[in-house]
Design a binder for this molecule. Structure first.
Ligand SMILES: NC(=O)c1ccc[n+]([C@@H]2O[C@H](COP(=O)([O-])OP(=O)(O)OC[C@H]3O[C@@H](n4cnc5c(N)ncnc54)[C@H](OP(=O)(O)O)[C@@H]3O)[C@@H](O)[C@H]2O)c1
Length: 310
């Protein structure tokens, strides 16, 4: 019988890729969904949808029933204060753990965190990812677990980085952080492959893995510009003051018009942070995993649909 994985966030960017890769690898996937539309879509993709929400603990009991693994990939990524992130990114982790522990044989638990968890003071989002991890340390008991901390993730269906990459592809280098900032990146397929490797190995447990595309020391803005487009026509460096003003304005507009903002003062703090570089050598060694998609290739695929695996 196929191994069953209960996956949250399957209707999103990263979770959608993981769901697809799990299916291709022969796993049976049951996915937590919040809407009948998503329920229908996933069913058509051969995934068993289970209606529920992280805020509704009772719905999670059915979701994790009879599974050997839980991959917790759902998360709130937009919002301006802790109250916006806590229900999903902190309390949701706890509810899911409790549902797992209520099973006769608790599954192994994979938490998709973020590199942002390293710097909880920077933003409400970073705080919530840090608290989500702490919740897992505190509540997991004897349940086997692992945490993956990716940096910025890109790939098909990503809505956050694609507009910026397209601008650069069109010759406009919009720099949203300091010139000396360094950051890592990872293609969503490589992230998914690392997680699937852990499912096969099942070890090491109780570990936090940082994962990136294997570029030592990560990227500077300049390096990203040159990789995407060696012929930048216009280099626009957004000054910190302007970024902060934009974040604050967006927060006010979000409150007035009741939407969940992406660009906030917290997000600006993250953008201005000088070091978002991963060290993925431990995960490469432990899981015998190697990222396969260098930035240039991943972007070519995004822009032209070239075969990713050639
Ligand atoms: N994208 C990145 O660069 C990046 C980097 C590091 C870490 N991460 C982490 O990766 C995870 C996924 O990010 P993403 O970029 O794929 O985000 P996304 O595209 O916005 O997907 C978020 C997913 O979470 C689900 N979700 C949100 N709140 C939920 C709730 N209360 N109950 C059940 N499901 C809920 C959404 O379901 P609906 O479709 O119903 O809204 C959606 O499937 C997040 O935990 C994020 O913190 C992302």
């Amino acid at each position: 019988m196929a191994t069953t994985v209960a996956l949250t966030g399957a209707s999103g960017f990263i979770g959608g890729t993981i769901a697809h890769d799990l299916r291709n690898a022969g796993y049976s996937v049951q996915a937590l969904v919040r809407s009948p539309e998503q329920e229908k879509k996933l069913k058509e993709a051969g995934i068993q949808p289970i209606l529920g929400e992280l805020e509704k603990p009772q719905s999670l009991l059915e979701f994790v029933k009879n599974c050997q693994f839980v991959i917790h990939c759902a998360g709130t990524i937009r919002g301006s204060n802790r109250a916006a992130f806590q229900p999903t990114n902190v309390d949701g982790v706890s509810h899911l753990i409790q549902a797992c522990l209520a099973q006769p044989s608790p599954p192994s638990f994979v938490l998709l965190s973020s590199l942002a968890a390293r710097e909880p003071a920077l933003s409400p989002y970073a705080w919530s990812k840090h608290e989500g991890e702490k919740t897992l340390f505190r509540e997991a008991g004897s349940m086997k677990w692992v945490i993956f901390r990716p940096p910025a993730v890109y790939g098909p269906h990503d809505k956050a980085l694609l507009p910026l990459f397209k601008l650069i592809d069109n010759g406009i280098g919009l720099q949203l952080g300091p010139s000396d900032a360094r950051f890592s990146l990872i293609h969503v397929k490589d992230l998914s492959e690392a997680i699937l490797r852990w499912l096969v190995k099942g070890s090491p447990a109780a570990t936090i893995f940082e994962v990136d595309d294997g570029v030592p020391g990560g990227y500077s803005w300049e390096k990203v510009f040159k990789t995407i487009n060696p012929h930048i026509r216009l280099h626009l460096h957004c000054p910190p003051g302007l970024l902060r003003a934009a974040g604050l304005t967006n927060e006010i507009l979000a409150r007035l018009f009741r939407y969940a903002p992406m660009l906030t003062t917290g997000k600006v703090n993250e953008l201005l942070h000088p070091n978002w570089v991963c060290d993925s050598s431990p995960v490469r060694q432990a899981l015998d995993w190697k990222p396969q998609i260098p930035l240039a290739k991943g972007l070519r695929h995004l822009f032209t649909s070239d075969n990713l695996m050639e």
